[in-house]
Design a protein. Structure first.
Length: 626
């Protein structure tokens, strides 16, 4: 009978686990190891995956692919800097996507990740004696919709049925809390090879409830490695006037040596990095060697700014959960990079307690994913376990004036569904653009556009009359579906946010910070936009009142038309507060004057002036900044 398994698809290493007798167990691969390097190599028609691929990387650097998780679901514009430091060729793909050029062909990151998933599933199938099809795959908590969807697609490319995509810290908490009976508040500190997540959970009576999550999708063990690489390269360059980073083979050897040195410094105070025959003197063609002593103190100096960056997500997660450090019962360390002594010290300083190291940081995520797979497949040995997760960032739509109307705020429990009513900005507007945004800033241009679609076929109506029902639906995988429907006609359109548009790795982490730092400026900007929207609504109302009064004097009609042009010109620029106040006064006075003239028909008189409601207005003509 097919078994459901859990997979931790890591930046550096991946792990697969399955439920055995009510407990999650890691499945060793065909090489007898409990972890599999997330490395894929191409040698002619041969494809190597895992440890065998990693071993030959120094001799085949341009065709050995690693850290591909950092590219999955992203745009080229988001990964260009990282691509420059990789020995293999990463270049722009269709629609600002990312492609890896290797062995005469182009690969999407999803394809490369699928190779790792395929090996994990194949090796595990041979070990447990049954075919593996159903899987739960973990992702960093701060992965956006596009990255989650891309991870799911990688599973599908590997021929797997992805039952669920769950957050890595949440999975680790499942592994830790499986046999816990009491109530506990737990903070999971997950620093892996490529990403950093902090999640606060409450455990008790079989319920695992996520209270908050924060993180940095561009901080991980490989960033620490590259600080050593840069230091070694600069030291060598100053001595031999040659930058080793420009030689793919030398760069690959530096990366491997840096990772090894970092690991050794977790238990030793110093280590020696020795790379004989690293290159040749360009003039004499004599071999050059590299040998440097690296102390733990020097390593911490090289990575000081990276170490500082782990602090804020911890504090943010506590703030969002409305808890203090003293409220947390246990701190769980996850990810190989948490073995770094400086990282442990920061955790102790922030939380005021020793972190719990009872779970293996390399295996906890996969074990928790196996628990979730068991829950979904109905493993009776697990009893009643409920997992309640959250979405990491606010989701909303763009409305008139470039303002964001939030529908689902960050740290909302998922699955989640929210519906809001919007309307149109102009008379007889036949269509509206629905622009889906993710981020914490009030202005659309300051957030990330996840996608857009058009709702067409709106019947001719005055501005403000159509009722456009927009529904956001986040499934248990954290993947967003958006639907828009015009209620009177039943016209409907929808979009599933996929990996054609994604969040910038740096932008994701700065969204909340910028929202706090720029709160006052954002407030003023939003107030200005809202004021301009109110004035424009007054203009539309005044024009409608004129249409309803066929007996209105021509000079009054001319004054209304003239004022309408003045308002349109002013709102199209950057009017001052005094200018807006003067426009408001003129509109108020002219509206009062026009209202004294009776409407031309009984129907018009009974209907009264129509105007947009207090609902936000979707502007089909507004084009957000890319």
């Amino acid at each position: 009978m097919p078994r459901a398994v859990g997979i931790d698809l890591g930046t550096t290493n991946s792990v697969i686990a399955v439920m055995e007798g009510g407990r999650p167990e890691v499945i060793v691969n065909n090489e007898g190891s409990r972890t599999t390097p997330s490395v894929v190599a191409y040698k002619g028609d041969e494809r190597l995956v895992g440890q065998i691929a990693k071993r030959q990387a120094a001799l085949n650097p341009e065709s050995t692919l690693y850290e591909v998780k950092r590219l999955i679901g992203r745009r080229w514009s988001e990964v260009a800097d990282e691509a420059a430091r990789m020995p293999f060729k990463v270049r722009p793909g269709p629609s600002d996507g990312v492609r890896i050029e290797v062995a005469g062909r182009e690969l999407a990151p999803e394809q490369v990740s699928a190779e790792v998933l395929r090996k994990l599933a194949s090796d595990a199938s041979s070990k447990i004696g049954t075919p593996i099809k159903d899987v739960v795959i973990t992702v960093p908590a701060y992965f956006d919709n596009s990255q989650r969807e891309a991870t799911r697609q990688a599973g599908e490319i590997a021929g797997l049925n992805v039952l669920r995509v769950i957050n890595e810290p949440t999975a680790a908490a499942l592994a830790y809390g499986l046999e816990k009976k009491g109530n506990e508040k737990v903070l999971v500190f997950d620093l892996g090879g490529g990403t950093f997540d902090v999640t606060v959970l409450e455990l008790g009576d079989g319920v695992f409830e996520v209270k908050s999550t924060a993180g940095d999708t561009h901080l991980g063990g490989s960033d620490f490695d590259h600080r050593i690489v840069d230091w070694l390269a600069k030291e060598f360059d100053s001595e031999h006037s040659f930058d080793l980073r420009k030689d793919p083979q030398a760069l690959q050897r530096l990366i491997e040596a840096a990772e090894k040195a970092k690991i050794e410094l977790s238990s030793a105070l110093e280590t020696t990095i020795s790379l004989p025959f690293i290159t040749f003197d360009p003039n004499t063609r004599t071999p050059l060697h590299l040998e440097r002593k690296l102390t733990r103190a020097k390593f911490e100096e090289l990575t000081a700014d990276l170490l500082r960056r782990v602090r804020e997500p911890v504090l943010q997660a506590l703030r969002d959960a409305k808890l203090s450090a003293s409220d947390i019962d246990e701190v769980i360390l996850v990810g190989g990079s948490t073995r770094t002594p400086a990282v442990k010290k920061i955790v102790r300083d922030l939380m005021g307690k020793e972190p719990n190291e009872s779970v293996n940081p390399d295996e906890a995520v996969a074990l928790g994913a196996a628990v979730q797979a068991g829950i979904i497949s109905g493993d009776s040995a697990l009893g009643d376990i409920v997992l309640v997760d959250v979405t990491p960032l606010t989701l909303g739509v763009e409305v008139k004036g470039g303002v964001v109307a939030p529908l689902i705020t960050r740290n909302t429990t998922v699955p989640a569904k929210k519906t809001e009513i919007f309307t149109t900005a102009e008379n007889n507007q036949p269509a509206v653009d629905i622009v889906v945004l993710q981020g914490e800033r009030p202005m659309a241009a300051d957030n990330k556009s996840l996608g857009r679609f058009k709702l067409e076929g709106i019947p001719p109506m005055r501005a403000g009359q159509p009722q456009i029902e927009v529904t956001f639906d986040i499934d248990a995988n954290g993947i967003l579906h958006v639907t828009a429907r015009e209620k009177s006609s039943g016209k409907e359109a929808s979009i599933r946010i996929e990996n054609t548009t994604t969040l910038d790795k740096a932008e994701v982490n700065r969204m909340v910070k910028e929202a706090e730092q720029n709160a006052e400026a954002d407030r003023r900007q939003r107030e200005s936009v809202e004021r301009k929207n109110t004035i424009d609504a007054q203009r539309v109302r005044l024009q409608q009142m004129v249409e309803e009064r066929p007996g209105l004097a021509e000079d009054l009609r001319a004054r209304v038309a003239s004022l309408g042009e003045e308002v349109g010109k002013a709102l199209g620029g950057d009017p001052s507060s005094d200018q807006l106040a003067e426009l408001e006064r003129k509109l108020r006075d002219l509206t009062e004057e026009v209202s004294k003239v009776p409407a031309g028909t009984a129907e018009a008189a009974s209907a009264g002036p129509q105007q947009p409601s207090d609902e936000d207005v979707i502007d089909a003509d507004y084009k957000p900044a890319d």
